[in-house]
Design a protein. Structure first.
Lengths: 391, 413
């Protein structure tokens, strides 16, 4: 039966060429859309790894001015103490400016044995994990004992530990970064800190000390839930007064998160609207063409009915023909689609493409079935006597 | 003759209403997207308030330094010294506006937080960019020199601080933990023009870094204006000569990439060229292939439908052929019919896009964005319409003109 249908389509390949190419291109469009939806959805489902509620970021705009590095250290130490003395402040941490949901990035190569990876680099202080309520997978976070050790201590995130040491426990291992040897003291959970839709990448946390204090101009401040704009105003004045900051900005991580998510959501919505209309357009076209083809084949269908084919048989045949047509396109389309994971065109995991491929195949079949159902039913309703009389 | 074709086309359109609907839907929808897209591109690139002389301006907004030995790279805006010392010495420029990128800061008023974007500018900035002042005027050279804490604000900022319709001239606003006296209020500029968009415009002398610092990197950008667009190549050449003479060393950096770019180039170089290559060709390629792919689907759909419609009329074609109509006449007729259909769809598309543009302008997707259909956009849409009509009409018409008279007359349905 299926072989017969293939033969029918093949005999009319010239007529069906346009229809096949139309389904093919729709399939490719749908595949692209599903790939990006799947990718973003899988990322969205991953746990954040930290809490951003009631965490504020203070960006000093320019580095703190001071006679020397020690005096800058002192300015920050005083500021931290003053902030912690405020009633609604829970915890304060210094940080490099690549705080969660900011647009800044800082990276570095990290080496362990022969493995060399590119990693995000975060300069933080010992209260950073408390402010963001990070969880450790193994080892520990920085503490007071980390002053002047033999090797500078670092904390890796799970992704970096996985990339560097594989399944072995990374704690205690020595890694190299920027010609320095560092000792891994702990492995922390991955932070999904770029946006809710960005995958986690390797990250390495180093402790801020006098050698790196010059570049530091950002703080994270955990406040209590009832901190309002009036309190923020007080805090703003305190920070601006202490550091003589040039372009101080205080922002809430939750608002920064919304803004970052928008960067993904807005293009996605536009993409969905446009492709939605495209597909609707194609569906209408498909419906129209199938309908027309059936009205052209009235006599053939009438003859089949007269020879004893059932109504279900006739509509089934037309549906089958449409599905075979779709299968032709899908085979060609899948050939193109599998090139994406094979050639690593974009940096997406192969699983995403496979899910997207499956979903798009299902979607196209569904679309074709919906478009062929009504014309098929129309065909089944053809009365043999009327159809044959016309001829 | 055309009138006749028109009559036939209308009659055909009326006959198969469902097919007509599909065609019109496809055409008008595709056109709407194209018009909205071109309006957006037009908003991004064509000279408009407050930058009417964009065709004789070049922009310098980043410098890329590379240490090829150490595999190191850094890219940032430039120092004030760079513009003051090197660029100011060039002979081709007639005006050089120097300003910082937008920098975020906060102000607090009546227990409300106001987030503002600051821009520090020089005096020439107000000359290069033709802001429309609703109140007051730009800060003067004297105020700039004295480091007076004065500010020009946008009307949107005035509304945030003082309420709608309030006068702001001479009043003080607080941002950045500092009181600034308002000397001018300007009509807001589009958010997407980040060379001149800001909420507060301050004298550049108020930045607290050392303006005499001789390093190349810093926080400043510049718009360089020349007296006529014919001088742009000369300026680029002179600028490149100046860059090649900049001091460099193996220690810190040995490669310097810094270019005065036209408006499109400065965007593509940043987005696609990593501050090195101009990449305008790449940008056109990406944009073009996206457009082509986007238009391909509705076109094939339309070809498919047109084919069905025309084949339906095989008996009519057979009769006309039998009475001596040539293949060319028939092809011509069907293309004209199809063009009429496309133009009709185009008209609908125009109406839809007016609605969409209105909705987009009213939404706060991008502040102060005013998308409109200008004559250029209209021309391109019309062109797109014609191309669309031709593309989707030619193949079916050709197929139809090949029909054998005898088969066509015999089929008779």
């Amino acid at each position: 039966m299926i072989k017969h249908l293939f033969k029918l389509i093949w005999n009319k390949k010239k007529e069906n060429f346009l229809l096949i190419s139309e389904i093919l291109i729709s399939f490719l469009v749908i595949f692209a859309v599903f790939s990006s939806i799947t990718y973003n959805y899988l990322n969205y489902r991953e746990p954040a790894g930290f809490k951003y509620d009631d965490v504020w970021m203070a960006d000093l705009g320019s580095p703190v001015q001071g006679e020397n590095k020690d005096s800058v250290m002192l300015v920050f130490a005083n500021l931290k103490n003053a902030l912690k003395g405020m009633p609604k402040v829970r915890d304060v941490s210094l940080s490099s400016n690549n705080v969660p949901f900011s647009s800044s990035m800082m990276g570095s190569g990290v080496e362990y044995g022969h493995v060399n990876i590119q990693s995000d680099m975060y300069r933080v202080d010992k209260d950073f994990a408390k402010v963001l309520q990070m969880k450790m997978q193994s080892g520990r976070w920085f503490n007071e004992t980390d002053r002047n050790p033999v090797y500078l201590p670092v904390v890796l995130n799970a992704a970096a530990a996985m990339a560097l040491t594989g399944s072995a426990n990374a704690v205690g291992k020595l890694v190299k970064m920027e010609h320095q040897t560092l000792r891994v003291i702990g492995v922390a959970d991955n932070l999904k800190d770029k946006s809710d839709f960005k995958t986690t990448s390797p990250g390495i946390y180093t402790l801020i000390d006098t050698s790196s204090i010059r570049g530091i101009n950002t703080m994270l401040i955990k406040v209590s839930a009832n901190a309002d704009a009036r309190f923020e105003d007080q805090m703003y004045r305190l920070i601006a007064g202490t550091t003589r900051a040039h372009n101080l900005q205080v922002a809430h991580l939750s608002e920064m998160r919304t803004k970052k998510n928008k960067e993904i959501i807005v293009p996605m919505v536009i993409l969905l609207i446009i492709s939605g209309f495209l597909i609707f357009n194609v569906a209408l076209g498909l419906f129209g063409v199938l309908w027309y083809n059936i009205s052209k084949r009235r006599s053939e269908i009438g003859l089949r009915r007269a020879l004893g084919a059932t109504a279900a048989g006739v509509s089934g045949q037309l549906l089958g023909e449409a599905l075979v047509l779709a299968t032709f396109s899908l085979i060609i389309g899948s050939f193109f689609a599998v090139q994406f994971p094979l050639l690593h065109v974009y940096d997406l995991p192969a699983g995403v493409y496979m899910i997207a491929l499956l979903l798009s195949v299902l979607f196209i079949y569904l679309l074709v079935i919906v478009c062929a159902l009504y014309p098929g039913k129309q065909a089944a309703a053809i009365h043999p006597a009327v159809a044959l009389h016309e001829d | 003759m055309l009138k006749n074709y028109f009559k036939i086309a209308i009659a055909v359109l009326k006959r198969r209403k469902f097919f007509t609907f599909i065609s019109l839907f496809g055409i008008s929808f595709t056109l709407t997207i194209l018009i909205v897209l071109t309006a957006f591109v037009d908003h991004l690139f064509s000279p408009s308030y407050p930058d009417p002389n964009r065709d004789r301006e070049l922009f310098v907004n980043r410098i890329r330094l590379e240490a090829s030995k150490k595999n190191g790279m850094s890219m940032s805006p430039l120092s004030f010294y760079f513009f003051d010392h090197y660029v100011a010495a060039l002979k081709t420029p007639s005006k050089i506006a120097v300003y910082t990128n937008g920098e975020m800061s906060n102000g607090y008023k009546d227990n409300r937080k106001i987030v503002v974007e600051l821009k520090y500018t020089n005096q020439v900035f107000w000359d290069v960019y033709q802001f429309q002042f609703l109140e007051g005027k730009p800060f003067t050279g004297g105020q700039l020199e004295n480091r007076d804490k004065v500010v020009v604000i946008s009307a949107a900022t005035r509304a945030k601080y003082f309420g709608e319709e309030a006068q702001a001239l001479g009043k003080y606003i607080e941002a950045n933990n500092t009181q600034y006296r308002v000397v001018g209020v300007v009509k807001p500029v589009p958010f997407l023009n980040n060379f001149c968009y800001a909420d507060l415009y301050l004298p550049y002398t108020l930045v607290q870094d050392n303006l005499k610092d001789q390093s190349l990197q810093g926080r400043f950008c510049a718009t360089i204006q020349v007296s006529s667009s014919r001088d742009l190549p000369a300026l680029k050449k002179e600028f490149a000569g100046m860059i090649s003479k900049l001091p460099r060393s193996d220690e810190s950096y040995d490669l310097i990439y810094c270019y005065p770019d036209e408006y499109l180039e400065v965007l593509t170089r940043g987005l696609l060229g990593q501050g090195k290559d101009k990449s305008t060709g790449k940008a056109f390629l990406i944009f073009g292939s996206f457009l082509l792919l986007f238009m391909l689907l509705p076109t094939i759909n339309l070809v498919n439908i047109n084919l069905s419609r025309i084949m339906e009329r095989s008996s009519e074609i057979g009769v006309r052929k039998a009475f001596g109509a040539s293949a060319r006449t028939l092809t011509y007729q069907f293309i004209v019919e199809n063009l009429i259909l496309t133009l009709f769809g185009g008209l609908l598309g125009l109406i839809f896009s007016l609605v969409v543009l209105h909705v987009l302008n009213a939404s706060d997707l991008s502040p102060n964005m005013e998308l409109k259909i200008n004559p250029v956009v209209l021309f391109y849409s019309l062109l797109a319409c014609l191309v669309f009509g031709l593309l989707s009409g030619v193949y079916p018409a050709w197929r139809m003109s090949k029909i054998n008279v005898v088969t066509a007359l015999k089929a008779n349905n």
